[in-house]
Design a protein around this ligand. Structure first.
Ligand code: CP
Ligand code: NVA
Length: 308
């Protein structure tokens, strides 16, 4: 049986992930698909950090599926400060039918899900960003009409976005090359599990320090900010550490001629990516952001059709 919650993309079985991506493609073709899925239901968004894409794409997804949405920002709930997560999760579960959380510490998302008795979706934690990876995979799938064997390069910080990306790619046979500075490698236990999953699916996962080696022959190149939310105090140190990891025109010359560029957004032009690359025809970034909506709808349909 599938988990009630989506805290990491590995909460989905392979078949569920395949189904979800196909359903998301159908949602993209037909805006009214599943229009009654959430009829009479309410979904709350409990966010400790700012958000544009995750918040708006979930709000619109819930509305298009016939439900009602309540946004609760950090000033409203003060999760863990005004009252413990346990109390918030249990009481909210009496009012609403599903909860999307965006938290600093991943263990807070886990605690929230353990205490709630409605589905909890992780809308980003310091460890992972599974909803982003769903849209990333959807974007690759629609561009190439396949995922298995694709060569994806990730250049930059070994962060939450990368963790979900490698977990998802490993399930679906994508060949991923990751270039980060040695001190900013991905989480070792996520890496180990993703490497094993990649071997089983016919994909691969390789780390290297040199971004040029990672990008060589890539079908798509992915990057994310060097300073994630909550890391602002490390900004100067991080900018120095990542200087050689910018996705720019010179780096992309090493990739396949028609290679695409992905970024979860928000982007810092002139840091991890140049403005010219963002605005070039190679950039699939706005399509990728649009795909958050379709992926969220497919995810809500999967969770609520099973547990509604
Ligand atoms: N990519 C993403 O999650 O964007 P937001 O932080 O705006 O939600
Ligand atoms: N790594 C970024 C992703 C934002 C969507 C962060 O955590 O701030």
């Amino acid at each position: 049986m599938m988990a009630q919650d989506l805290l990491t993309i590995t909460d989905l079985h392979r078949a569920e992930l395949d189904h979800l991506l196909k359903q998301a493609e159908r949602c993209k073709r037909s805006r009214t698909l599943g229009a009654r899925t959430l009829a009479g239901k309410t979904v709350a968004l409990v966010f400790q950090k700012p958000s544009m894409r995750t918040r708006v794409a979930f709000e619109v997804a819930v509305l298009q599926l016939g439900g009602t949405v309540i946004y609760l920002g950090q000033d409203d709930i003060q999760l863990g400060q005004r009252e413990p997560i346990n109390d918030v999760a249990r009481v909210l579960s009496r009012y609403v039918d599903g909860i999307v959380v965006r938290v600093f510490a991943h263990r807070d998302a886990e605690e929230f899900a353990a205490c709630a008795n409605v589905p909890v979706i992780n809308g980003l934690s310091d460890l992972v960003h599974p909803c982003q990876a769903l849209a990333d995979l959807l974007t690759l799938q629609e561009r190439f009409n396949r995922l298995k064997g694709l060569r994806l390069a990730y250049v930059g910080d070994g962060n939450n976005v990368l963790h979900s990306l490698i977990q998802g790619c490993a399930m679906l046979g994508v060949r991923v090359a990751v270039a980060t500075p040695a001190g900013y490698r991905p989480d070792p236990s996520i890496w180990k599990a993703a490497s094993a999953a990649a071997r089983a699916s016919g994909g691969s996962l390789e780390w290297m320090a040199d971004p040029r080696a990672a990008v060589r022959g890539a079908d798509a190149v992915y990057t994310d900010v060097w300073v994630s939310m909550g890391q602002e105090a490390q900004r100067v140190k991080r900018l120095a550490a990542f200087r050689a990891y910018q996705v720019n025109a010179a780096l992309l010359k090493l990739a396949k001629p028609r290679c695409g560029v992905l970024h979860c957004l928000p982007a810092h032009r002139g840091e991890e990516i140049t403005g010219a690359v963002m605005e070039s025809p190679r950039s699939w970034i706005v399509d990728q952001a649009e795909n958050r909506l379709h992926a969220h709808k497919a995810l809500l349909m999967l969770l609520f059709n099973k547990h509604g």
